[in-house]
Design a protein around this ligand. Structure first.
Ligand SMILES: NC(=O)c1ccc[n+]([C@@H]2O[C@H](COP(=O)([O-])OP(=O)(O)OC[C@H]3O[C@@H](n4cnc5c(N)ncnc54)[C@H](O)[C@@H]3O)[C@@H](O)[C@H]2O)c1
Ligand SMILES: O=P(O)(O)OC[C@H](O)CO
Length: 331
């Protein structure tokens, strides 16, 4: 990694990019963040806040914001924190750099079924790649609450170097060489979190939620193994850990979208009403298509898709899930 003015740069000024900037500002002299919205750039530089995406947080004055992607050339490593469906275009627009790219979006690209690391390998073959994923609500990380996260990269030396670069007193990365596993856990749990929100919104009870988490985890395992993930990664922070977090709290945008669906509202209405991203809504259809192509059964994911598309109501999908053929409990 070359000597740079900013050891770490953040590409994406949403809630997660801002929270990560906040952690990095505790351990590095200066942090540069690129935001798409000029109002966000101005607010970070002038009033040290990002009230559009992370309200109530005073940001450190050593965080500088820019609206110019070319400025990210001055960063030694780049955390890529745009929503998954915009990662390709953002990576393509980055200036030429040899900086390692830490991919932080959780999703699968519509149309291509590609994971973020597949996209980055295609668009930025010259850059070392890593994935950062785990149970990390942005507002908690920004507030300094203890957090552990998976940093996945195939090369162990690169993993050790990147862990040293981002580890902070309350922010503890664990290295994994299983990039695919780390990405699949993070992408699929968003869809299952919508399902858990539906259970909550429709008042189906805590037994149903626990069953959805456990059988949803079986779907993560089936799909992950088919794509080459390791079972232990899927059972780790970036898989089971994040599944439990997002399936348990209305703080999750995916869970709260599901809760609205469970209350009988339409996905279109719910999504039109927010400026924040619920990645599961974009991942669900491409995930189902990918699973069908691979011959993997994902009935809970299929149920979430049907609800998102308005093709079924909660009572129908619940009855369909409960009346599937009886079978042994396994993956
Ligand atoms: N918020 C969290 O707690 C959290 C934690 C871990 C991972 N993530 C992941 O981080 C990613 C970013 O989520 P977030 O919570 O920071 O977003 P957010 O919902 O807070 O904000 C939306 C973001 O989308 C960006 N955006 C909208 N249109 C865009 C475009 N055309 N090109 C590039 N960017 C565009 C906006 O500028 C903004 O940064 C997601 O994949 C999410 O799953 C979020
Ligand atoms: O608010 P959500 O549902 O996007 O979840 C945020 C993070 O992914 C939690 O780890």
């Amino acid at each position: 990694m070359s000597e740079s003015r900013y050891p770490v740069g953040i590409v994406g000024g949403g809630a997660w990019g801002t929270a990560l900037a906040s952690v990095m500002a505790q351990i590095h002299p200066e942090v540069l963040i690129w935001a798409r919205e000029i109002d966000v750039v101005t607010a970070i530089n002038e009033t040290h806040e990002n009230s559009l995406f992370l309200r109530g947080l005073k940001l450190a004055s050593n965080i500088r914001a820019t609206g110019d992607l070319a400025a990210m050339e001055a960063c030694g490593a780049l955390l890529i924190v745009t929503p998954a469906q915009h990662v390709r275009a953002t990576l393509a627009a980055l200036p030429r750099t040899d900086a390692p790219l830490l991919l932080c979006a959780k999703g699968i690209e519509a149309g291509t079924e590609m994971l973020m690391s597949d996209i980055a390998a295609e668009v930025r073959p010259e850059n070392p790649l890593a994935v950062l994923s785990g149970p990390t609500f942005a507002h908690e990380v920004a507030a300094g609450k203890p957090t552990a996260i998976t940093l996945a990269t195939a090369n162990q030396d690169m993993g050790a170097m990147l862990m040293r670069l981002i580890a902070a007193p309350h922010f503890r990365p664990y290295w994994s060489e299983d990039v695919t596993g780390a990405e699949i856990g993070g992408a699929v749990k968003n869809v299952l979190a919508i399902g858990c929100g539906v259970v909550d919104g429709a008042g189906l009870g805590l037994n149903a939620r626990a069953s959805l988490i456990a059988r949803g985890f079986a779907e993560i395992q089936r799909y992950g193994l088919a794509r080459g993930a390791r079972p232990e990664t899927l059972a780790g922070l970036s898989g089971l850990g994040d599944l439990v977090l997002t399936c348990s709290s209305d703080n999750s945008r995916n869970f709260s979208l599901g809760r609205g669906l469970g209350q009988g509202l339409s996905a279109d209405a719910l999504l039109a009403d927010r400026n924040t991203v619920a990645e599961g809504a974009f991942t669900a259809p491409v995930l189902l298509k990918s699973a069908q192509r691979l011959g993997i059964e994902m009935p809970i994911v299929a149920a979430v898709c049907a609800l998102l598309e308005g093709k079924a109501i909660v009572g129908d999908v619940t009855a369909a899930l409960l009346s599937r053929p009886l079978k042994a409990e396994s993956w």
